[in-house]
Design a protein around this ligand. Structure first.
Ligand SMILES: CC(C)(COP(=O)(O)OP(=O)(O)OC[C@H]1O[C@@H](n2cnc3c(N)ncnc32)[C@H](O)[C@@H]1OP(=O)(O)O)[C@@H](O)C(=O)NCCC(=O)NCCS
Length: 146
């Protein structure tokens, strides 16, 4: 297995993993997010042995008036989950956002993935809620970059 490489990808490149990882058991099968084409939105993937094995999307978007970047669509190919790849993509993405001058990264995190984000420097803000698209429990999470 070659070393994982973080690469910039297109919105369309994220669709297969969004579908197979994030939308396979949800009421919606929609893999296009309106924010995908917002100004400054960047899609980052992780390539191993030529294969795209994890995806993420980074959308400059304030949270309650605080400047920051929303990370959306974090997905690791199912057979590779729990092997550290998502952590590499998340940390590298946060570093890129810090380098670009963004003070904070935030997300609407699925409760099933909360421990993963907390291990990577995020903290929970506020009460849990049910996400409309997926009907799954979520929390708002924030990681300060500066
Ligand atoms: C959440 C997700 C993106 C994390 O990506 P990942 O590649 O599985 O992440 P990692 O392997 O870095 O870490 C995941 C877990 O494996 C553990 N892990 C990390 N490195 C490991 C390794 N080398 N060997 C075994 N386990 C490892 C971590 O402790 C972590 O445990 P946790 O789930 O209790 O936090 C991925 O699991 C996923 O796609 N899940 C389904 C979709 C989803 O929930 N996306 C997030 C929406 S908000």
């Amino acid at each position: 297995m070659s070393a994982p490489e973080v690469v910039e990808i297109s919105a369309a490149d994220t669709h297969p993993l969004r579908l197979s990882v994030l939308r396979f058991d949800t009421p919606t099968k929609e893999v296009v997010f309106p924010e995908d084409t917002w100004p400054g939105c960047v899609h980052l993937g992780l390539r191993v042995d030529g294969e795209l094995v994890a995806t993420s999307s980074w959308v400059p978007r304030p949270l309650d008036g605080r400047p920051g970047v929303q990370v959306r669509g974090m997905a690791t190919a199912r057979h590779l989950q729990g092997t550290g790849l998502g952590g590499v993509l998340l940390d590298t993405g946060c570093q890129r956002m810090a380098d670009a001058g963004h003070p904070m990264v935030w997300a609407r995190a699925r409760d099933a993935a909360l421990a993963f984000y907390l291990r990577h420097g995020f903290t929970v803000e506020g009460d849990g809620f049910i996400d409309e698209a997926t009907q799954l429990p979520h929390h708002l999470i924030v990681r300060t970059l500066v």
